[in-house]
Design a protein around this ligand. Structure first.
Ligand SMILES: Cc1ncc(COP(=O)(O)O)c(C=O)c1O
Length: 339
């Protein structure tokens, strides 16, 4: 395809100064085939960008469900029944698949309730301001950018936002003492997307309970990959992929878990696991529940299929067979320790 000529914005305009500030990125893009790439073809874990075939170390399809024949062949039956897309926001109505997936999540995670929304980005932007409620958001300094963005919205609605040093319970406690009033929401990543490391969850959760705060965890990269441990289970990832809280044997009191299906489950869907009264509140306050277009039927279907493949996919051989090798490597390095 012929490339369209690049039109440079006029010097001195706001657009020109933005692009000048981002010139580093242009240089990075020039030397890196996987930055804003146009992918022409997929062949297992190889991808073709133009005339170059690359080994894919960047995909988040950790369990390989995107290319799983059973999942692919299972989807048309859902499309026949529901069409390609539910045309309602969730406030108006949701296909029963949502109820089914939320019920599966309750059982899988061992939580009181769960609410499905399209993405984690939606969830952080909508839920953090509600839970902070004009109190204080205490952010791990290296929490994912989408959490920081949720905190910015909370600040616009009257909350105070503070950062604590990455994974540092002492620094967090200092801030909890400094901000004794109002709701306190402590935000952190679960399994870290860059390192594969878990947070110091036991200490963070203990502080949340001691100071009557809520620990809000984004386990986008742990959900589906790490799960509960048992003496009989030799796999270092644990069983059932039910996330970092269960993996570390923690309880859910004062802990709110969020995660997405867009990584291990290869589907456009995400959830917040929370007590039922909080779910009721979110159903009347969270814009993505009230107004957003929902996940496509194919994603709801592949989430349902993901549950079915979970026991075989995770417990027998670990999630590495077709998944993102770099992340599997970092996760297995950090997690290969006895129960
Ligand atoms: C830790 C973390 N949280 C949130 C997101 C955004 O997820 P979503 O695509 O569900 O908005 C990402 C995406 O990479 C992520 O790594």
């Amino acid at each position: 395809m012929a490339e369209s000529p690049t039109v440079q914005p006029e010097a001195g305009t706001w657009l020109e100064s933005w692009l000048r500030a981002c010139a580093e990125l242009d240089r990075l893009q020039a030397g890196n085939p996987l930055l804003d790439a146009v992918i022409d073809e997929v062949d297992g874990r190889r991808i073709r960008v133009g005339d170059r075939w690359l080994h894919d170390f960047a995909s988040c399809n950790y369990l390989g469900l995107d290319l799983d024949r059973e999942v692919i062949e299972g989807i048309p039956a859902y499309l026949d029944r529901w069409g390609t897309h539910p045309g309602w926001s969730r406030m108006l109505g949701s296909p029963v698949l949502y109820e089914q997936i939320e019920a599966e999540l309750r059982e899988l995670l061992g939580v009181e309730d769960a609410l499905l929304l399209p993405t984690l980005t939606h969830i952080h932007a909508a839920v953090i301001p509600v839970l902070a409620d004009g109190g204080t958001v205490l952010l791990d300094a290296r929490a994912h950018k989408t959490i920081h963005d949720g905190a910015v919205i909370a600040r616009a609605r009257g909350a105070t936002v503070e950062r604590f040093a990455h994974d540092d319970p002492d620094d967090l406690e200092r801030l909890l003492r400094q901000h004794p009033r109002g709701p306190r929401l402590i935000c952190t990543d679960g399994i870290n997307s860059m390192t594969g490391n878990p947070p110091r969850l036991a200490e963070l959760a203990a502080l949340a309970r001691a100071y009557d705060a809520i620990l809000y965890v984004d386990d986008g990269h742990g959900f589906g990959v790490v799960g509960e441990r048992s003496r009989e289970e030799l796999c270092p990832y644990g069983r059932r992929g039910n996330g970092v809280v269960r993996h570390l044997g923690e309880r859910y009191d004062n802990v709110v878990l969020t995660a997405g299906f867009s990584k291990a489950y290869s589907s456009l869907l995400a959830f917040i696991a929370c007590p039922s009264p909080v779910k009721r509140l979110l159903k009347i306050t969270a814009p993505p529940y009230l107004y957003s277009g929902p996940s496509p039927i194919a994603s709801l279907a592949s989430s349902c299929w993901g549950y079915r493949s979970m026991p075989a996919g995770v417990t027998s051989s670990g999630p590495c067979s077709t998944a993102r090798p770099s992340v599997c490597w970092t996760i297995s390095r950090s997690w290969a320790r006895p129960p």
